[in-house]
Ligand binder design. Sequence first.
Ligand SMILES: [Zn+2]
Length: 289
Amino acid sequence: MIPVFYRPEMSANTKSFSPSSNKPALAVADWIKCGLSVDVVSFDPATEEQVKRAHSPAYVDGIMRCELPNGFGNRSREVADSLPYTVGSMVAAATHALEHGGIACSPSSGFHHARYAEAGDYCTFNGLMVAALEVMAQKPGARIAIVDFDMHYGDGTDDIRKRLGLQKSICHIRAGLEVDEGMGRYFMSSMTDMLLSTRDYFGRAPDLVLYQAGADQHIKDPLGGLLTTAEMKRRDEYVLQSYARWGVPVAFNLAGGYQTDEAGTIEPVLKLHRQTMEEATRAQGFYRQ
Ligand SMILES: [Zn+2]
């Protein structure tokens, strides 16, 4: 079973090109409907104190009071209200994986472009960095690797890492910076080096991996163009089974994905997230060997 840290408050209705604000509910419903081995678990929303470890306090206040534009470029109360839940879900998945080992899931998106004091590209608060900082508060000296296999560069993650001087304790694998449209074969052949580099970075295996299993790397994604469906499955299998064999706990989330079908639903995106969950379920068994 994969614990999935989900609450309905994570979703918000936004009229945006990005489906990310509605995706948590749709992805979890899809996994249950398809009979995947998931255990839906509730969690506490992120506190202001937790969010302000990764962001400027004035920025956090401005967002929560709807005075500053969020990642969707509006000042929606509904989006602001959902943020402690999307971030809290990532924090809960990360701390659960650290404590219990194995794989945990946060069905969240919209983190990696959020900078220290600025939202961008559908991202408002950087749940990856808030989760990493919570883990480091609970386990001082923890070494964390953020393996970001979204199509795009997690510039917000790097901004916060640099501003807070966290380069030594947080390793950041940035596929979005290394590969572009049409470079699928190169990406697949580079994966071994990318995953091994998270061990070389610290001179030992990381204590925790936060894996952004972005669906927008798909070859048909309007913002993607990298991997076939089969390659995406191999990507997830490779990442999750590698860390399972090394005994490194993983908390993964959904990140980007912008395809729609003829009926206008995000079924093509849900299919890719379903693959990731299937691979997570299989990899979970490798921890005990
Ligand atoms: Zn993306």
